[in-house]
Design a protein around this ligand. Structure first.
Ligand code: SAM
Length: 245
């Protein structure tokens, strides 16, 4: 945990009392003593980089928050993700939150298996804590907005073109077979947009044509076919890098 996060309901007039794993982390990993400053943050709110430890035991921690600083800026690129298998989605939630997109769309695709829709990791009360883990890791405080769309076509044709400008809509797809040495079709540098990552079986030809007809540009990360979760992290990292000074 690079930031100890607490819920707004735990903030009692600038003082926060933590129990359980967070208190244990402050005591055992940070080895914070009363008077030490640690980084804290309110989920959905401000960061407190100099929160003072008032009490630290294995089971209880009391923090006095002090001066607030605003949340980190959102990453400029949002993610559309064809619903992956449950264990992949479970692995992905904290990583997505750590990379800071404002919005994540989970959606159907021809090669998404129907029973994935019953996954427990699609339930907000389950994935929220995985997202919070990712925020605590990256030091962020803002959860991404999650939208679930059971139908891909209206999302791609109607919703997304209204939200993301021409040239800022990307669909990730490995280069065609036989194009082993093809130069990667690089994503454009910087600026807000959305990138669509396909299911384990990849986007179908029909879906790729639909994306392209809706103004999505095909981008590739080169000839290596990456697992969905690796592709998500690689694309969001690549697109989110700050411009060179
Ligand atoms: N056999 C599938 C195919 O050829 O499309 C593999 C799909 S891959 C496991 C899952 C998703 O990750 C793809 O649909 C794509 O969005 C993304 N992906 C994986 N490797 C990629 C690469 N080299 N370039 C761009 N996107 C990639």
């Amino acid at each position: 945990m690079n930031r100890i996060l607490f819920e707004p309901s735990e903030n009692r007039g600038g003082e926060v009392r933590l129990a359980g794993p967070r208190a244990h982390h402050v005591w055992a990993v940070l080895q914070a003593q009363p008077g030490d400053a640690i980084r804290a943050g309110e989920v959905g709110g401000d960061r407190y980089d100099g929160a003072r430890v008032v009490v630290s035991t294995p089971s209880e921690c009391i923090l006095r928050l002090g001066e607030a600083s605003p949340p980190l800026l959102r990453a400029a690129w949002d993610l559309l993700l064809a619903l992956p298998r449950p264990k992949c989605l479970r692995r992905l939630w904290p990583q997505i939150a750590a990379l800071g997109p404002e919005r994540v769309y989970l959606t159907a695709a021809e090669k998404v298996e129907k029973d994935y829709w019953g996954s427990t990791f699609l339930r907000p009360e389950v994935y929220r804590s995985l997202l919070v883990d990712g925020l605590a890791q990256s030091g962020d405080t803002i959860l991404p907005e999650v939208e679930v769309h059971r139908r891909l076509k209206p999302l791609v044709e109607d919703v997304l073109p209204r939200r993301y400008a021409e040239g800022r809509r990307l669909v990730a797809h490995p280069p065609r077979a036989g194009a082993r040495n093809a130069a990667p079709d690089k994503p454009p540098a910087y600026g807000a947009g959305i990138v669509a990552v396909g299911p384990e079986g990849g986007w179908s030809d029909y879906e790729l044509r639909m994306f392209e007809a809706a103004g999505f540009r095909r981008v590739s990360l080169g000839p290596r076919v990456l697992r969905t979760d690796t592709a998500v992290v690689a694309l969001l990292s690549l697109l989110t890098l700050p411009p060179p000074r």
